[in-house]
Write a protein that binds this ligand. Sequence first.
Ligand SMILES: Nc1ncnc2c1ncn2[C@@H]1O[C@H](COP(=O)(O)OP(=O)(O)O)[C@@H](O)[C@H]1O
Ligand SMILES: [Mg+2]
Length: 222
Amino acid sequence: MDRISELQEHGISSVDFTGKNSVFSLPILGKGFVGIVIKANIDRNTVAVKIRRVDASRKELQHEAKMLLEANSVQVGPKFQSVSKNCLLMELINGNLLPLWLKSHSEKRFVKSVFKDLLNQCRRLDKLGLDHGELSKAPKHIIIDKKMKPYIVDFETASNTRNVSNVTSICQFLFLSYGPVGKTALKILGNRNRNKIIKVLKKYKTKKTNENFNLVLQACLY
Ligand SMILES: Nc1ncnc2c1ncn2[C@@H]1O[C@H](COP(=O)(O)OP(=O)(O)O)[C@@H](O)[C@H]1O
Ligand SMILES: [Mg+2]
């Protein structure tokens, strides 16, 4: 079945070319190695559809759907809607990717609360045993919506058998890396005690207790 018929099978009546990315000069919500994400309409509801690229290494989107559903069980990720071989329908997150969001939101208390929310989401994933897999280089996998709610997206490389490293990866990305996000975060939040963060992350890594997670929160977001 071709992709257009597949979209129709999901009840999609039209798609909207809108967003900050583009394919063939058509604006879309986003693109990655596996798929492109576009805005689509089912009756009066709007959804995000990830359409598997014809050249994607993955043969289907069922694995991602399963991982997203598990994440949803602990209130993480856009809400799953439905899936077929080449299309994954989910809640549309209206917002900006973290690096862009940070450019227009430099108020310390907002950044702090968004980061805290993210760390807590990662903690819930760690507890669940679901490893996202791409959070240490997350510039394209965190969307902040208009209500300043952060969403972790793209569960394509997630796993429920691998060792979990969501909390450690996101902290690495937000507080220890020297990329644009790390640098901006440092500027907004002020100097962090790097050695202390590394120390508590090591501790958390060996024993993922609530107590050790609280030490991570304290070191990163006091
Ligand atoms: N539910 C969503 N709502 C809005 N935009 C999304 C959503 N899911 C993904 N995107 C956008 O699409 C991009 C590509 O999606 P992603 O799942 O990362 O694809 P890939 O697996 O190909 O990397 C993301 O970086 C993000 O900008
Ligand atoms: Mg991706």
